[in-house]
Design a protein around this ligand. Structure first.
Ligand SMILES: NC(=O)c1ccc[n+]([C@@H]2O[C@H](COP(=O)([O-])OP(=O)(O)OC[C@H]3O[C@@H](n4cnc5c(N)ncnc54)[C@H](OP(=O)(O)O)[C@@H]3O)[C@@H](O)[C@H]2O)c1
Length: 282
């Protein structure tokens, strides 16, 4: 069975490729990337695939049995056609199964909603493709918070507009394991899974970070307006609004969801403290 992963050089793509190599052997794994020179570290056959170029995928998916479509990073409206380029090429090439990395979240309530809407449209395209399919909805990655640790330490706090809301985070390593199982095993066909861990509040997150990093950070909730202002100043209008939308979503309870991770992976999701430790000591 030959399995291809799109955007394979990205952090999520690399995590899935690494797990697939362990489970089906490197000769059965193909990494599809838009810049092949960025993918030599993968240690598998690499083919070219830019989401904007349908012809790339008509070639790249030749002889492939199953494909993991990793959602793109472009403007939400552009992503829909980009993903369709992969789905259409999969159909033409006789690919049997498509697995798609979607996202949890609300389709209407906040500035992150356009991204969620575009992911939902691709979910429909995948389901209507006529191929076997399986969809994972990724939670918010925990890694960016941990990559930000030096800033948090400098400021002595984590400050955002999530309030007491709970968020079921996920991690790319845990996702790599679940997507590998979803690609390999047929029991996941025609299923959509929330791929997340236990829901925790920002206060709980800060306590766990303090334990692992030996810090004394505080959690300080601020208003949505104040948070939007500071994020837009630091990250620009678009990304600032998207990040604010995510934290507003946490406050609204959008990410306080049940997990299907164990169904997908056949093992429980790591506890949050284990995720933080594996990030720190990786
Ligand atoms: N759940 C979350 O919290 C969260 C956060 C951020 C993103 N995401 C989503 O999760 C996906 C994977 O995340 P990640 O951590 O692996 O991101 P990442 O490390 O930034 O990787 C993004 C990947 O997308 C590829 N890509 C971008 N535009 C492309 C195009 N036109 N054609 C083909 N490949 C393209 C990049 O290729 P190059 O190296 O050539 O640029 C890279 O391989 C993202 O694409 C995004 O949809 C989720």
């Amino acid at each position: 069975m030959k399995i291809a992963v799109t955007a394979a050089n990205g952090q999520l793509g690399s995590s899935v490729v690494n797990e697939l190599k362990k489970q089906i052997g490197k000769n059965n794994v193909i990494g599809i990337v838009r810049s092949p020179e960025k993918a030599t570290h993968l240690g598998v056959e690499v083919r070219k695939g830019d989401y904007n170029n349908p012809n790339d995928f008509n070639t790249a998916l030749s002889g492939i049995d199953r494909v993991l479509l990793i959602s793109g990073m472009d403007d939400p409206q552009k992503r829909i056609q980009q993903h369709r380029n992969v789905i259409e090429a999969a159909k033409k090439n006789g690919v049997k199964k498509i697995v798609y990395t979607s996202i949890v979240g609300d389709e209407e309530k906040n500035a992150f909603s356009p991204v969620v809407q575009s992911n939902r449209l691709t979910e429909e395209d995948v389901k209507n493709s006529g191929l076997d399919w399986s969809i994972g909805r990724n939670g918010i990655y925990i890694e960016p918070d941990l990559e930000y640790i030096d800033t948090y330490i400098k400021e002595g706090e984590i400050r955002n507009c999530a309030g007491d809301g709970k968020c079921a985070y996920t991690s790319r390593v845990e996702l790599g394991y679940a997507y590998t199982k979803m690609l390999i095993q047929d029991i996941h066909n025609n299923s959509t899974y929330n791929l997340v861990g236990d829901p925790i509040s920002q206060k709980e997150l800060v306590e766990l970070i303090n334990q692992v990093y030996n810090t004394q950070l505080l959690y300080n909730p601020i208003s949505v307006d104040d948070y939007a202002k500071e994020r837009k100043l630091e990250l620009g209008e678009f990304i600032g609004a998207v990040i604010t939308g995510i934290y507003k979503g946490i406050n609204d309870g959008v990410y306080n969801i049940h997990s299907d991770y164990e169904k997908a992976a056949g093992r429980p999701f790591k506890s949050t403290i284990e995720m933080i430790k594996s990030f720190k000591y990786k």
